[in-house]
Write a protein that binds this ligand. Structure first.
Ligand code: 3EB
Length: 333
């Protein structure tokens, strides 16, 4: 079945619901920061290539080159932490959030499609019994994302396997997500996610066709993610966002115009989320994936103007459509 049919019941657009109770601690659960002198309430560290030594209960090595900005994404615990392993899933949790990761060698699972299917089935099975049933946000990192032509392209085959492994019990909300290609071979498919005891609110982008409704031209199975997720504590977790309007890539070959379009998309999805913030407290965490490292200075300069208080993190990575030169994910605190 086409993913279009499978997701027919999902709304085209959604917006923020009523204000929930303020977070228990009143502090941000996540920061992009350097790894020196971390406090002792760290839940999980997600870091780029080349950093070693970590005392976090869970450390996720993303194996993409860092091109500037803070070293790592650091999630903090709000109470006692437990870490464990269940089959191929490593995880850590406190009372509110669970972060899980699977990272497996594709060669042991018979190729990209079946690796995605097996890993997603393992994630789903784990999620059904872990006590944190609501997946808010997922990251998918794989090698050579644009290799292969047409429907054989590895990203499209990844989407086929992901859709098959994930299944979709009625009423499930799709998480926000990122899918990026590494530029050095590792043979590893790495999937990590943040899940909560309480569900969030998925948000779509009024400028874009929902990814789960993309037409057949983009592949045999639609990508299974929402454009953003409002977490229970009102943090807005924005998916990887690129220069796509409707379902069509814009400004092929023009990085500056792709950046401008991407910023319009980020503004559209965050304003559609409708989470009100005290202007003085508002903070955006930006993570930029770039195909070509020489683009970093141009992007950094433009982001300083658009987000004067942000310190963007830059990683070298390939975007899931070969004409796209950059992608930005965002967390609005
Ligand atoms: C897009 O908007 C760009 O397959 O999980 C962004 C975020 C993209 C997540 C995914 C893909 C994914 O279609 C690509």
């Amino acid at each position: 079945m086409r993913a279009d049919d499978l997701f027919d019941d999902l709304p085209r657009t959604t917006s923020a619901g009523p204000e929930p109770a303020p977070s228990s601690t009143g502090r941000a659960r996540v920061e992009y920061r350097d790894l020196e002198s971390l406090p002792d309430n760290v839940l999980c560290v997600v870091r780029g290539a080349g950093r070693t030594g970590s005392t976090a209960p869970l450390t996720i090595e993303v194996r993409m080159q860092r091109l500037g900005g803070p070293d790592a994404e650091v999630w903090y615990a709000t109470g006692p932490v437990r870490a464990g392993r269940d089959g191929i899933v490593r995880y850590v949790h406190d009372d509110e959030l669970l972060i899980g990761v699977v990272e497996e060698d594709e060669r042991a699972y018979g190729g990209i499609r079946s690796t995605a299917e097996t890993l997603y089935a393992a994630v789903r099975k784990f999620q059904e019994q872990c006590g944190f049933p609501h997946v808010l946000r997922m990251w998918n990192y794989l090698d050579a994302i644009n290799e292969g032509d047409g429907d054989a392209e590895r990203y499209r085959q990844f989407c086929v396997g992901r859709a098959a492994g994930l299944g979709r019990p009625n009423g499930t909300r799709l998480p926000a997500a990122t899918a990026i290609g590494r530029q050095q071979p590792t043979h590893q498919m790495q999937i990590f996610w943040v899940a909560a005891r309480v569900g969030g609110t998925p948000i779509e982008n009024p400028r874009q066709v929902s990814a789960y409704h993309y037409p057949r031209a983009h592949g045999p199975a639609s990508p299974t993610f929402s454009r953003a997720m409002i977490a229970p504590d009102r943090t807005v977790l924005v998916s990887g966002t690129a220069s796509i309007v409707g379902h069509v890539s814009q400004h092929e070959g023009d990085a500056q115009a792709q950046l401008a379009e991407t910023l319009r998309n980020l503004a559209a999805v965050t304003s559609h989320a409708g989470v009100r913030r005290d202007a003085a407290r508002r903070q955006d965490l930006l993570k930029v994936y770039v195909r070509d490292p020489t683009l970093v200075p141009m992007i950094a300069e433009r982001l300083r103007a658009a987000y004067p208080d942000a310190a963007p993190m830059f990683l070298a990575g390939d975007i899931c459509r070969r004409e796209l030169l950059l992608e930005i994910e965002c967390i609005q605190l």
